[in-house]
Design a protein around this ligand. Structure first.
Ligand code: NAD
Ligand code: GLY
Length: 360
């Protein structure tokens, strides 16, 4: 097992990465205040892993209340969130009861938001079971639900007490989900870690084949990058915005296509290529770097063109982006592989041209 730390003063927490961690109850016990936890999961993950973690906790004398939600991005809503509150109140959970989010990013984001809201904040633990959630969403405390007008628009910054990333859970992950997770892994290389990007180019096939050593390295390196950024800028007043490379376009794709049609990672892949194309058109990124970026996403089996929603629709959806400041869109652009910047210098005409070029 490897352990990293998200350094946030007295709210610092460990990220444990390794195989078979779901039964390592001694890793969880120091982080719970009561001998009672609520495990929020979904109808896909529950039959796979709920019993494993539940039995481990119960054998240590911890009672477990499972809350099993419907599965899918389209259920990342107020209505589903309310099911968690119904269960918490029904079981007389207290402010000191811990909520454990067992699943991918949807469960992690929604479980975290429920924990942030319940009695104004109960402790929570992230047990991510997708590649995407192990490298990104479980770390950093962004929690949210979707709104019909925009992705992750209703939420809170609320840090977990612990992240427990059991890489053996990735063995049951569908191929398409594994590839979607790679989009966020590649992101770290693109925005701030050229050496990691080169490592990914060398080792992509191993990751696609779920080689445990390669997966552990990629998860560790991704989390190390994320932990550093979050420690420096928890509430996204600066550097953290770089973690949103491709997300302004990607979120527009997810919302515009209907939640769940394009996986988050797929939308981010296409969105990253639109951002890269815009960076090229603005003279920031050279053509050969753009091609190199396209190649890695193609090799990862990810889309490199967005859907043809129409430029006006993209711009309308993007106008809700959380990075909009004083009505002006700010975008993450690439200067080179390994170096990203946040910029408001692109005009609507230039953004439109990049969308036209990369959406088919
Ligand atoms: P997801 O949570 O929908 O999980 C993908 C699918 O895999 C689901 O059907 C899920 O039930 C299933 N699944 C989960 N673990 C499994 C396993 N081990 N074996 C088999 N099936 C499994 O999607 P995701 O890609 O994990 O997360 C995407 C979400 O994360 C989006 O809502 C996105 O907005 C959010 N996100 C949040 C942050 C953040 O910082 N909070 C960062 C990136 C993404
Ligand atoms: N996934 C973007 C962030 O955590 O800031």
């Amino acid at each position: 097992m490897e352990t990293l730390c998200v350094a946030l003063g007295d709210r610092s927490y460990p990220i444990h990465i390794g195989s078979g961690l779901l039964t390592r109850v001694e890793l969880i016990l120091p982080h719970i205040r009561q001998k009672k936890v609520v495990v929020v999961t979904n109808t896909t993950v529950a039959p796979l892993y709920l019993q494993t973690i539940q039995s481990a906790l119960e054998s240590a004398g911890v009672s477990v209340l499972p809350v099993i939600l419907p599965d899918g991005e389209q259920f990342k809503t107020w209505e589903t969130l309310n099911l968690v509150f119904d269960a918490l109140l029904g079981a007389r959970c207290e402010r000191g009861t811990t909520l454990v989010a067992l699943g991918g990013g949807v469960i992690g984001d929604m479980g975290g938001f429920a924990a942030a809201c319940y009695q104004r904040g109960m402790p929570f633990i992230q047990v991510p079971t997708t590649l995407l959630s192990q490298v990104d969403s479980s770390v950093g405390g962004k929690t949210a639900i979707n709104h019909p007008l925009g992705k992750n628009m209703i939420g809170a910054f609320y840090q977990p007490k612990l992240v427990l990333a059991d890489i053996s859970t990735l063995n049951t992950l569908p191929e398409r989900e594994l590839k979607a997770g790679l989009a966020e892994v590649i992101k770290y290389g693109l925005i701030r870690d050229l050496d990691f990007y080169a490592w990914l180019e060398e080792n992509l096939e191993k990751l696609l084949a779920r080689d445990p050593a390669a997966l552990t390295y990629a998860i560790h390196r991704s989390c190390a990058n994320k932990a550093e950024v979050v420690a420096a800028d928890e509430k996204e007043t600066g550097e953290r915005a770089l973690l949103n490379l491709g997300h302004t376009f990607g979120h527009a794709i997810e919302t515009g296509m209907g939640y769940g049609e394009w996986l988050h990672g797929e939308a981010i892949a296409a969105g990253t290529l639109i951002a890269a194309e815009l960076s090229r058109q603005l003279g920031l990124l050279d053509e050969s770097a753009l091609k190199r970026i396209e190649r890695i996403f193609v090799r990862a089996g990810l889309p490199v063109f967005g859907p043809k929603l129409g430029v006006a629709r993209y711009l309308e959806l993007m106008s809700h982006d959380k990075k909009v400041q004083d009505g002006k869109l700010r975008l993450v652009l690439l200067q080179e592989i390994g170096k990203a910047v946040v910029s408001d210098r692109a005009s609507d005409t230039q953004i439109s041209a990049a969308i036209e070029a990369r959406c088919t």
